[in-house]
Ligand binder design. Structure first.
Ligand SMILES: Cc1ncc(COP(=O)(O)O)c(C=O)c1O
Length: 417
């Protein structure tokens, strides 16, 4: 039987690559440094280049946290009986005002949604302090990044990994040639701007994707590095896509105020995490006014449902909820971090977001084993071995309420006793 190609870092066979819903990617090595991936049973295909520090790692990053329905079906329990630390969602849940508005608006489903989502656009414009004309609304950032891949059709892409796995799948589906740059654990996963500059200068890339703050590392890109990245992208005429899905947890850190001066800058924002509404799909893409015609073409009508629109508007207007969220996450992140640091076989990494990445120091325990062990206590954590650039010893946990964090800490402390 032929031996499948192996991931350079994890030494995992690439046929272990799994997509949401259990679909597998079928990698095929077509030349010593090129790999073709194909989603089974579909026409999906894309090229990936292999080699030092820009190999196939992103290929392995296509599974997700928060699979409460799948997991509960498997365990024969209800999703409500699970404690989900695998998806990093606001532990307060939906804003109370948003919940009220959602319930009151239920009869609106009798009409088609406002296809232009004008009221939502105004609410987003106020919240981001950006003109409404620079906002493209979508059904979550995932839908938008797939749209972006089709609208821009970049031929050569640099992904800074570890990164949300759908970027790779979306870009590979338009046959982009994808390379990656790994954030190094030895540097605390800080962006090595000199290295990125070198990569963008050595070769022409049409698109570079970074996340700020990065998920799952929780690292924020320093302002100086961001400025340098903007200049290099501008000089090299490379579009720079910044995924700011978690930036609401870091007040004042967003690059939206730089959009007017930078035609190459594209920003993705999500309402999923901070506003606790992953089941109500709303996200947006922000760009320079000169890019909006290109980015808006080919959009379907009625992309965002009425109930998602009204929920988003009420959430964006609820400043009390936003302040309470920021305070809770900041306090509980510190508490959880302290608790995790006290567990000798774990090494948690500092985070600015509502999740914490950890390395398992015990050589006898893998991320898969720890995830399975906690599942026996009905606790879900994110096995990060599927993220490109990380290995089978990394897990990520969300920051939740004090009571829930205590349950997680107790389960970890007692995991092997
Ligand atoms: C870093 C990052 N970006 C984007 C997304 C997509 O978010 P959504 O499609 O719910 O807006 C996720 C989801 O997990 C994520 O972790």
């Amino acid at each position: 039987m032929p031996v499948p190609p192996m991931d350079e870092n994890t030494r995992l066979p690439l046929d272990k690559v799994e997509l949401q819903g259990g679909t597998r990617l079928e990698p095929r090595q077509t030349s010593p440094n090129r790999l073709l991936v194909q989603r089974e049973g579909t026409s999906f295909s894309g090229g990936l280049r292999l080699g030092t520090n820009h190999s196939i790692e992103p290929l392995t990053s296509t599974s997700h946290g928060g699979n409460v329905y799948q997991v509960s079906r498997k365990l024969g329990t209800s999703p409500h009986q699970l404690l989900d630390f695998s998806a990093s969602i606001n532990p307060l849940g939906l804003s109370r005002a948003a919940k009220r508005r959602l319930i009151e608006s239920v009869d609106l489903v009798h009409h088609y949604p406002d296809s232009e989502a004008l009221e939502l656009k105004s609410a987003l414009a106020r919240y981001y302090a950006v003109p409404a004309g620079q906002i493209l609304i979508g059904r979550g950032t995932t839908e938008l990044l797939y749209h972006l891949a089709r609208a821009l059709r970049p031929q050569r892409v640099l992904l800074v990994v570890p990164l949300f796995g759908e970027f790779l799948v979306a870009l590979a589906s338009t046959k982009a040639e994808i390379e990656s740059e790994c954030l190094s654990e030895a540097r605390g996963f800080a962006l090595d701007i000199a290295r990125i500059e070198q990569r963008l200068t050595a070769k022409k890339f049409d698109l570079c994707v970074v996340a700020n703050p990065n998920n799952p590392t929780g690292e924020l890109i320093h302002q100086k590095a961001i400025d340098r990245l903007f200049s290099v992208a501008e000089e090299r005429q490379t579009d720079l896509l910044v995924d700011e899905a978690f930036i609401d947890f870091v007040p004042g850190a967003s690059a939206v105020n730089r959009l007017h001066e930078n035609q190459r800058l594209l920003i993705l924002r999500s309402l999923t995490k901070f506003f606790g509404m992953p089941g109500c799909r709303v996200g947006c893409l922000l760009a320079h006014p000169s890019r909006m015609a290109e980015l808006s073409s080919g959009r379907e009508p009625w992309l965002v449902d009425t109930l998602a629109q009204v929920t988003a508007i009420a959430s964006l207007e609820d400043q009390h909820y936003q302040a309470a969220t920021a305070a809770l996450v900041s306090r509980e992140r510190g508490y959880l971090m302290e608790g995790l640091q006290a567990i000798s076989w774990l090494k948690p990494y500092p985070s600015v977001a509502n999740f914490i990445l950890m390395r398992i120091l015990d050589p006898m325990v893998s991320a898969e084993q720890l995830t399975a062990r906690l599942l026996a206590d009905r606790i879900l954590i994110r096995n990060c071995s599927t993220f490109g650039g990380l290995d089978s010893r990394f897990v990520r946990v969300a920051v939740r309420t004090r009571e829930e964090n205590d349950k997680l800490l107790a389960a970890l402390e007692n995991a092997w006793s």
